[in-house]
Design a protein around this ligand. Sequence first.
Ligand code: NAP
Length: 329
Amino acid sequence: MRAPTEAFAYRYTHYGDADVLKRHQYPLPTPGPGEVLVEVISTGINHMDAFLRNGKEDTWHDDPWPRASGSDFAGIVRGRGPGVSAVRVGSDVVGHIRTGAHASHVVLPADQLVLKHRAITWEVAGGLFLAGATALETLDDLRIGASDTVVISAAAGGVGSIEAQVARHRGARVIGTCGERNFDYLRQLGIIPVKYGEGIVERIQRAAGAPITAFIDNYGKDGREVADALGVPAERYRSSADRREVELRLLRDDPESVAHATNVLQRVVDLAGAGAFRLLVSGLYPIDDIVDAFEDLAQLHARGKIVLATRPVTRTRTLRAREVFERMP
Ligand SMILES: NC(=O)c1ccc[n+]([C@@H]2O[C@H](COP(=O)([O-])OP(=O)(O)OC[C@H]3O[C@@H](n4cnc5c(N)ncnc54)[C@H](OP(=O)(O)O)[C@@H]3O)[C@@H](O)[C@H]2O)c1
């Protein structure tokens, strides 16, 4: 196969819904000093990508236009600039970038990559960064351990499913809020499912049979009141707003933040490689179906992650683990 001479990236010229994303073709870039060229194989989508694109998140409001999209990716190193020795051409890697991962290739500093473990499939590797790092940071911040009984909201979603599994791996008892359709999924992971909505406090108390020691609210509606009613100390509650801060910190591109994010990504990849958690990819979309993928995410009922693939084996969308009954009339 001849090496490609062109690359593409999804970009947008103004704030808006996913349909502002347009495929932009350009000559294959050359990495500069300290940089590598990575061919992207898989790249995850996150709510934060959508918030940056629709203007809800304005931390980088003075970024120039057009803007790129996406921060998670996994791929193969195709070129190295001067001074790069840590990774080789041909290495399988997982990386993080503030924006620009929804593309065929990325050029970025080599210190934003870690090696992909063989045990991790491409589709999973591409969805690990922002969800995995956010989950790990939140558990570390709360020092979740074996003496905890922790409630995690949206426990079947991207961040929640990793948080819940890693908390279990640390020996905690985990109660996950979800819709009934996800009860079996969470039970299989050793997580006690509790349906969200009215009466949730009593349901959690019945399911826990012990005091709740920590509460992580991913969903961001009534978490504070529920945690208060459960008697969770304020210092052991993390809100959706706290999660926003964690995600923004992981995306910052000053040297200290980049080094920190790479460190956390390495730990996420090590945990995934060791089987401490299994990231379920319940929607794998060809990258050119990026608009459909974001619309799927916006339904707020993804199980695990939604990931884009640059080399899908088929143009037919791969829908996994969202059982057949969900597609029945
Ligand atoms: N504050 C921020 O800046 C920030 C940043 C990123 C994300 N978020 C928010 O965090 C949430 C989760 O994000 P994610 O990426 O982890 O999830 P995700 O992969 O989009 O999954 C969404 C999950 O939310 C669950 N869910 C739906 N309605 C719920 C409700 N009323 N109560 C509790 N859970 C509910 C769904 O469970 P069922 O399918 O079982 O119903 C699903 O598993 C989203 O709402 C997102 O907007 C906030």
